[in-house]
Design a protein around this ligand. Structure first.
Ligand code: ATP
Length: 234
C-alpha cells in the first residue's frame, strides 16, 4: 500500500544552512508519526516541503503517491502550523466557516467548535485570542476538511494540562478514523503517549526511528533524544 507520506533523501538548503539532509521517513494512515528534534533540526522545514510551501532541492517526496502542492493533494491534507498571524482580524467562528467552505465534505463547524471548546470565543477576532485559544482554532482549521493526512506542528506547545489532554484525545480520534498524523513536539511524554512511530531528527536528518518502546529499552525517550541529538548549531 502506498504510504500517505513517503519522503526519501529530501534535501533543502537556505544558502549555507542545510535544513534537510537526505531526510527519509514515511507516515501511514491510521498511525501517529512523531518527529522529535532540537530547535532548528528541520522539522518545520520538512512540513513546509510536505505542504507545498517550500520545494526540496532534491530527493523524492510524495503524499498519497502525488507531488506536494498538487490540487488533489491539497484537498486531502490539513496543517496546524506553529503560528498563523495571517488570520489576524477574522473572528474564530467565521474563519472556521470560511475554511469549511473550501472543502466538498467538511466536518460540521458547530461540532468542531463544541469538540474543541471554541464556543466561548467563537466571536472573538483571532488576534485577540489567547495563545491556547488560537491553538484550538488552528487545530480545528487543520481538520475541518476531513484530511487523510494531517500535519500538527507542536500542537500542544504552551497549552494548559486540560487543553493538552483534549488535543491528545482529538489526535487519537484522528488515528481511530484512519487519518495519518505527522506530529512534531518537544514534549517527550506526548510523543510516548501518542506516537506509533517516533523519528528523532538532528541537523536535518533522521538519526533513529522506532516505537516509543523500542527507543526506551535503555532509558527514557528523553535519554534517547539526548543520545541521538547534538544540539549543535549548524
Ligand atoms: N526561510 C528560511 N530562510 C533561511 N533559513 C531558514 C528558513 N527556514 C528555516 N531556516 C533554517 O533552517 C533550519 C531548520 O529550521 P526549522 O524551522 O525547520 O527547525 P525546527 O526543527 O522546526 O525548529 P523548532 O523546534 O525550533 O521549531 C534552521 O537553521 C533555520 O534557521
Amino acid at each position: 500500500m502506498v504510504p500517505a507520506l513517503d519522503a526519501r533523501d529530501v534535501c533543502l538548503s537556505f544558502g549555507p544552512v542545510h535544513a534537510l539532509k537526505r531526510l527519509t521517513l514515511t507516515a501511514e494512515e491510521g498511525r501517529i508519526t512523531a518527529l522529535l528534534g532540537p530547535n532548528g533540526a528541520g522539522k518545520t522545514s520538512f512540513i513546509r516541503c510536505c505542504t507545498g510551501l517550500a520545494r526540496p532541492d532534491s530527493g523524492s517526496l510524495t503524499l498519497f503517491g502525488e507531488a506536494p502542492g498538487s490540487p488533489a493533494v491539497l484537498a486531502r491534507i490539513g496543517l496546524m502550523p506553529q503560528a498563523t498571524g495571517a488570520w489576524s482580524g477574522v473572528r474564530a467562528g467565521e474563519l472556521l466557516r470560511y475554511l469549511a467552505s473550501l472543502y466538498a465534505d467538511p466536518h460540521p463547524v458547530d461540532d468542531l467548535i463544541a469538540l474543541l471548546g471554541i464556543g466561548p470565543f467563537e466571536k472573538t477576532p483571532y488576534r485577540r485570542l489567547s495563545g491556547g485559544q488560537q491553538q484550538a482554532v488552528n487545530l480545528a482549521g487543520a481538520i475541518v476538511g476531513r484530511p487523510g493526512l494531517v500535519f500538527l506542528d507542536e500542537p500542544t506547545a504552551g497549552l494548559d494540562p486540560r487543553a493538552r489532554r483534549l488535543t491528545w484525545d482529538v489526535v487519537r480520534g484522528l488515528r481511530a478514523a484512519g487519518v495519518a498524523v505527522l506530529l512534531t513536539t518537544h514534549d517527550m511524554t506526548e510523543a510516548a503517549e501518542l506516537a506509533d512511530r517516533v523519528h528523532i531528527v538532528d541537523m536535518g536528518e533522521v538519526r533513529v526511528s522506532g516505537t516509543a518502546s523500542e527507543l526506551t529499552v535503555d532509558g527514557s525517550l528523553e535519554d534517547a533524544y539526548l543520545r541521538y541529538t547534538t544540539g549543535d548549531a549548524r
